[in-house]
Design a protein around this ligand. Structure first.
Ligand code: 9D3
Length: 241
């Protein structure tokens, strides 16, 4: 699953160009019993299986021997702190990161307490394993490594990099099935276009994700637009949209 995802798109290109290295390790390689068991029944009873601590500790110790000690050992789990753009930026600044993931009902808590340096979740929904969350983290972090994304401006200008939602995008044709591209975008007035995009982004953020605005990095013009939109919202009737 992980190797498949790493073989496609921007990630594959970045790995090929040695801008980053990603290696998937199979926990079964770090077992010692005849059945190569990575899990066992839970102490105290209950459904499902629990990941054993030994293969995880042995895997991390082997990685440390091979490549040097990791600066972070991230356990992905539904109980983790929410992963976000700031966390991605922090991890992108580290030299070596290990991500621990698995499919299980639970993971022996000694791994969380004594091996992992942090625990991250990618959101409040139940997945069938931690591989996709691990890949989500790898993808978000990789994009922040210089050269991975072709256009550096696109990374810096990413709406989430500034903590607000993106503005709407359009391309040709200027009219499609009676739906027109906003006149301002076709006009070529770059100042007006910049202002329109700011307003759209802030309006959308205010409507859908107002909690983002508390920590957003807004310039003076954007702060002015936000004040104006909030004034307008106050007077308007509720319940639209
Ligand atoms: C019924 C109890 N479940 C815990 C909330 C068991 C359970 C569900 C899902 C145990 C593991 C998993 C697999 N998910 C992850 O490993 C996981 C995950 C997720 O499911 N959602 C959001 N982020 C993450 S990070 C790792």
């Amino acid at each position: 699953m992980i190797e498949g995802a790493l073989a496609e798109g921007i990630l594959a290109r970045a790995i090929q160009r040695e801008l980053l290295t990603v290696r998937a390790r199979d926990l079964r390689e770090f077992t010692e019993d005849r059945h190569r068991s990575v899990d066992d029944v839970p102490y105290g009873g209950g459904p499902g299986m629990v990941l054993k601590p030994e293969p995880l500790f042995r895997a991390v110790e082997a990685i440390a021997r091979d490549t040097g000690a990791p600066q972070a050992i991230v356990l992905v789990s539904p109980q983790g702190r929410p992963f976000c753009q700031d966390e991605a930026a922090r991890l992108a600044g580290l030299e070596r990161v290990v991500i621990l993931c698995g499919r299980y009902e639970g993971i022996d808590d000694r791994v969380r307490e004594n091996l992992a340096t942090e625990e991250l979740s990618i959101g409040d929904y139940v997945l069938s394993g931690g591989e996709l969350p691990a890949l989500v983290i790898v993808d978000a972090v990789a994009r922040l490594i210089p050269g991975v994304v072709g256009d550096e401006d696109s990374v810096a200008g990413d709406s989430f990099a500034r903590g607000i939602l993106d503005f709407p995008h359009f391309t040709r044709p200027a009219e499609f099935r009676d739906w027109k591209v906003p006149d301002v975008l076709v006009s070529g007035h770059h100042g007006e276009i910049r202002k329109w995009r700011k307003r759209q982004a802030i309006e959308l953020t205010l409507q859908r994700r107002p909690e983002l605005l508390a920590d957003a990095e807004l310039d003076v013009e954007e702060q002015e637009i936000l004040r104006e939109l909030m004034e307008r919202q106050k007077g308007a009737p509720h319940g639209r949209d």
